[in-house]
Design a protein. Structure first.
Length: 101
């Protein structure tokens, strides 16, 4: 059976009703799988974007831009990381040599 397999409805009796319900269920499962895949791809994109900025920061480059937003946990993490980087950039020895003398 493939993802697009559907029951052929050949009558309006109980068997036809079961076939129609099977088709509705199969479509609901296919839709749920597509939504899950889209959500997984979006999460992977967000995490990869944050990882890129964090990797740069770990090497001392605090100029990374965070383009991730949202009310979910990843969005909140991105907001906190962006705030941390803003503070770090303003306090880094390279941006203000006088701050550490």
């Amino acid at each position: 059976m493939t993802k697009s397999t559907r029951a052929q409805i050949i009558s309006a009796d109980e068997l036809g009703q079961v076939s129609a319900e099977f088709n509705r269920m199969a479509q609901a499962i296919q839709d749920a799988m597509a939504n899950e895949q889209a959500a997984s791809s979006l999460l992977r994109f967000k995490v990869d974007a944050l990882l890129g900025v964090v990797s740069k920061a770990a090497k001392g480059d605090l100029t990374g831009q965070i383009d991730v937003a949202g009310k979910d946990a990843i969005g909140q993490l991105a907001e906190a990381l962006a705030a941390c980087l803003r503070v770090s950039v303003h306090c880094s020895p390279t941006s203000s040599p006088q701050a550490f003398k």
